[in-house]
Design a protein around this ligand. Structure first.
Ligand code: SF4
Length: 440
C-alpha cells in the first residue's frame, strides 16, 4: 500500500469535522503522509457540507479549485466525501467530472480504499448505509491543544420541515455510553481540558438504545473524568430538556453555564408548520426556568427568518421576543428552500432580498443585546482557557465560559499563561465580541 501525500479540506459543521478527524486517523494508520496544503499533496480529500445553498456553493467552489490544480498537474486525485456527495449521489460525478472518487455519509470508513482507487486512476463511488450503528473510531484531533469535540450520536429523528439533514445523515443513533466515556478518557490523557458535546440533537441521547434520555447520566460520568475541566453543550432541542438535565447542569461545576438551544422561531403558526415540537409558551417557560435555576447562564440559539408564513406581524413578534429573552449568543439564517424538504414546497414566503433584510435586522438586535450584556462583565474576574499569544497585540488570548470556539467571542489579556492552561482574568474593557483584561 503506497503512502501517498494527502491533504484534507473539512467543510461544514463540527460533526463533519469529527468525520474528517476519523478519516485522517485511518489514512495515517494506512501510511499516508498528511500534509497541510493541497499544493503539497498528491491527493486531496474534500469533506463537504450540503445542507443549505451557501454551504453547497462553498463545497462546489472547493472541488472546482482543486480541479484547477489537477489540470495544472499539481494534483493527481480528488476524493469527495460528506453531505454534498450523499445528497447528490446520482449527479455529483456527472456534474463534477474532476472528482475521482466519492463517498457518502455512510462510507467514511472506506476512505483508504477510495484514495488508493483514485490514485490508481480508478473511478469509485461508495454509498453505505446511512442508518448503520456508529461508534467512536480513532481520530486525529485537529482542534486546539486543550479542547475537542465529542460527538455522542449521529443522525436525527426530529424532521423539521426545512431541514434535509435526516435524509443525509440518517435516523438518530446514539453511541453507547461506554464507548463515549472511553473516548473522553483517551482525550483527557492527551491534554484535552474542554469537551464540546455535539450531535444533531444531544438532548435525545440514549432514547434509541436505552429506551429513555440518558444525557444527564452521561454528563455525570464525563464530569468524573480527571483532567476534564470544562464540558460545553451544543444542539439541545427545547422540549427534550427535562428537570433532571437542568439539575445536572446547575449542580455539576464542570458543565459550563452555556447552553446552545436552537429554537428557530417563536411564532406558534410557524413552529407548527415547521414541525417543531412545543410552542412559544413552552419556549418562554423553559428560558424562565433555566435562568432561575442556573445563575450566570449564557444562552445561545439559532434562528431562521423568512420561513413560509412569516409575514411582517410574525417577524416583529420574533424581534419583540428576542428583545425580551436577551439571548447572549445567536446565529441567524435567512430561509433557504432546500429541495426535498416540505418547507420548499410551501410558497407563502417572502423573497430572498426580504429574508436577507430580516436577517440583518435580527443580527442588529442581537449584537446590541450582546454588547449590553458584555458591558456587565467589566470589573468582573472570570476564568479563561488560554489558547495562545497574539503577537500583534502582545497579549495572551483565550476563551471564557461564554465563548464556544469559532462562533463566539475571544478574551485578550495581559499576563503569563501557557496554551491549554487556565488564567483568572479581570475584564477591563469590552469591544463587541472581544473582551480585554489582565491576569490576576
Ligand atoms: S433538529 Fe431539525 S434542524 Fe436540527 S438536524 Fe434535526 S431535523 Fe434538522
Amino acid at each position: 500500500m503506497a503512502g501517498y501525500k494527502l491533504a484534507l479540506i473539512s467543510l461544514g459543521c463540527a460533526k463533519n469535522l469529527v468525520n474528517s478527524e476519523q478519516m485522517l486517523y485511518l489514512l495515517s494508520e494506512a501510511g499516508m503522509e498528511i500534509v497541510p496544503e493541497p499544493e503539497e499533496a498528491q491527493c486531496v480529500v474534500i469533506n463537504t457540507c450540503g445542507f443549505i445553498e451557501s454551504a453547497k456553493s462553498e463545497a462546489i467552489d472547493a472541488i472546482i479549485a482543486m480541479g484547477e490544480l489537477k489540470k495544472k498537474g499539481r494534483l493527481k486525485a480528488i476524493v469527495v466525501t460528506g453531505c454534498l456527495s450523499q445528497r447528490y449521489r446520482d449527479e455529483i460525478l456527472k456534474e463534477l467530472p474532476e472528482i475521482d472518487a466519492v463517498l457518502g455519509t455512510g462510507s467514511y470508513d472506506e476512505i483508504v480504499t477510495a484514495v488508493n482507487a483514485a490514485m490508481e486512476g480508478k473511478s469509485l463511488s461508495l454509498f453505505g448505509d446511512i442508518n448503520a450503528d456508529i461508534s467512536g473510531a480513532g481520530r486525529i484531533v485537529s482542534t486546539g491543544p486543550a479542547w475537542a469535540y465529542l460527538r455522542i450520536a449521529e443522525g436525527c429523528d426530529n424532521r423539521c420541515a426545512f431541514c434535509v439533514i435526516p435524509s443525509i445523515r440518517g435516523k438518530y443513533r446514539s453511541r453507547t455510553m461506554e464507548n463515549i466515556v472511553e473516548e473522553a478518557l483517551a482525550l483527557s490523557k492527551t491534554g484535552v481540558r474542554e469537551l464540546i458535546i455535539i450531535a444533531q440533537d444531544i438532548s435525545r441521547y440514549g432514547r434509541d438504545i436505552y429506551g429513555k434520555r440518558k444525557l444527564s447520566e452521561l454528563l455525570r460520568r464525563l464530569c468524573a473524568i480527571e483532567g476534564i475541566c470544562w464540558i460545553r453543550l451544543h444542539y439541545l432541542y427545547p422540549d427534550e430538556i427535562d428537570d433532571e438535565l437542568i439539575e445536572t447542569i446547575a449542580n455539576e461545576e464542570k458543565i459550563l453555564k452555556y447552553l446552545d438551544i436552537p429554537i428557530q422561531h417563536i411564532n406558534d403558526k410557524i413552529l407548527k408548520r415547521m414541525n417543531r415540537r412545543g410552542d412559544s409558551a413552552d419556549i418562554r417557560l423553559l428560558i424562565k426556568k433555566l435562568r432561575e435555576k442556573i445563575p450566570e447562564l449564557v444562552l445561545r440559539t439559532s434562528l431562521i427568518v423568512g420561513l413560509p408564513s412569516e409575514g411582517e406581524a410574525e417577524f416583529s413578534e420574533l424581534c419583540d421576543f428576542l428583545r425580551e429573552a436577551k439571548f447572549e449568543r445567536a446565529g441567524v439564517f435567512a430561509f433557504s428552500p432546500e429541495e426535498g424538504t416540505r418547507a420548499a414546497e410551501m410558497d407563502d414566503r417572502c423573497d430572498e432580498d426580504e429574508a436577507n433584510r430580516r436577517q440583518e435586522l435580527v443580527m442588529d438586535i442581537q449584537s446590541r443585546i450582546m454588547e449590553d450584556w458584555g458591558e456587565t462583565m467589566v470589573g468582573k474576574t472570570i476564568q479563561v482557557l488560554c489558547e495562545g499569544y497574539d503577537y500583534e497585540s502582545g497579549l495572551q488570548f483565550g476563551r471564557s465560559w461564554a465563548d464556544s470556539p469559532d462562533i463566539d467571542g475571544i478574551v485578550f489579556f495581559s499576563g503569563q499563561c501557557a496554551s491549554g492552561d487556565f488564567a483568572k482574568v479581570c475584564i477591563d474593557e469590552v469591544s463587541g465580541a472581544e473582551w480585554y483584561g489582565r491576569q490576576v
